[in-house]
Write a protein that binds this ligand. Structure first.
Ligand code: SAM
Length: 291
């Protein structure tokens, strides 16, 4: 390794700069995933802004780093964001870390980055693990085009609006989910996208009990009727099929929709399943209509 020249590495580039915000990605489970540069930046900045200071303290003591910390999380982000900005403007260097993964993805990191952008304060990423990307890459589903959807709201109306807006999404979709909400989310996915839609349930990524289940949404619902969800999940949901796009099928009858697939060479049963997936209904509904 030492004989390989790292063209993009220079002591100069890797020096922590004053008055700069560093977004430091931390492991999503496996501590060995922390990068050499992340450790260096954490050790050299003036202070660390952490989503959960107690949680981050464990990481820092594992690394043998002792550093002044401030908390920065959803409910103090406004007032604390202003304070952090003031310190950056005064020339201090700050590392932002969250509970796990890449700051600014599904956490308040995006707000402080926006504040810095507005105030023309430099922001650098120290890249590393991101649960959504780890899950997408192991899902076995298309990765060419994808849409990150984060957490579904617990507010019924917002959740419905969000899911309805995705009914015809052809890109692979990425959702975060907590174990205690998984069953409800799976039954909503079955309702809006149909039972035949492929899904990868990526659990405890990079950890001891890492597991990726590649199922249909209907199979996932059945699986979790028997098994209790445990750990952290990222759900990767296949997009609506490309052949019959949304605006297309909204203007044709169910019968025509099925025929279109049959004419493309699908068996009638596969065509029924695909139509059910496109329209976000159970295949029995389509089956009844075309018989
Ligand atoms: N910024 C983080 C990132 O880049 O991964 C995501 C933060 S979000 C608040 C936390 C969510 O990420 C969890 O609820 C879960 O959906 C997902 N997550 C984090 N670690 C995970 C892991 N090891 N396995 C599966 N999902 C994980």
């Amino acid at each position: 390794m030492s004989s390989i020249k790292n063209e993009n590495f220079s002591e100069e580039k890797n020096k922590v700069e004053k008055g700069t915000l560093y977004l430091v990605a931390t492991p999503i489970g496996n501590l060995s995933d922390l990068s050499e540069r992340a450790v260096k930046v954490l050790a050299e900045v003036d202070f660390i802004a952490a989503e959960d200071t107690r949680n981050s303290m464990r990481l820092l003591s594992y690394l043998g780093i002792s550093k002044p910390m401030v908390s920065y999380f959803e409910h103090n982000k406004r007032e604390r964001g202003g304070e952090i900005l003031g310190r950056l403007a005064a020339g201090e260097a700050c590392a932002l870390i969250t509970d796990a993964g890449t700051p600014a993805i599904s956490d308040p990191g995006e707000d402080i980055v926006a504040l810095c952008a507005e105030a023309k304060i430099p922001v650098y990423s120290v890249p590393g693990p991101c649960a959504a990307i780890v899950a997408l890459t192991v899902s076995g589903l298309p990765t060419g085009r994808f849409s990150f959807e984060g957490f579904l709201s617990t507010n019924k109306a917002e959740r419905k609006k969000h899911l309805e807006s995705l009914r015809n999404e052809t890109r692979t979709m990425i959702f975060h989910e907590a174990p205690h909400k998984l069953k409800t989310t799976l039954s909503d996915l079955a309702k809006y996208f149909g039972e035949e839609r492929p899904i990868a349930l990526c659990r405890e990524l990079t950890k001891k009990n890492e597991e990726v289940l590649r199922l249909t949404v209907g199979e996932a619902v059945a699986y979790y009727e028997i098994h209790e969800p445990r750990g952290e999940y990222v759900l990767i949901l296949g997009g609506a099929t490309q052949t019959t796009s949304a605006c297309d099928w909204e203007s044709i009858s169910v019968q025509e929709h099925v025929e279109r697939y049959v004419n493309e060479g699908m068996s009638k049963m596969d065509a029924i399943k695909t139509v059910a997936r496109d329209r976000g209904v159970a295949k029995s509904v389509i089956y009844k209509e075309v018989l």
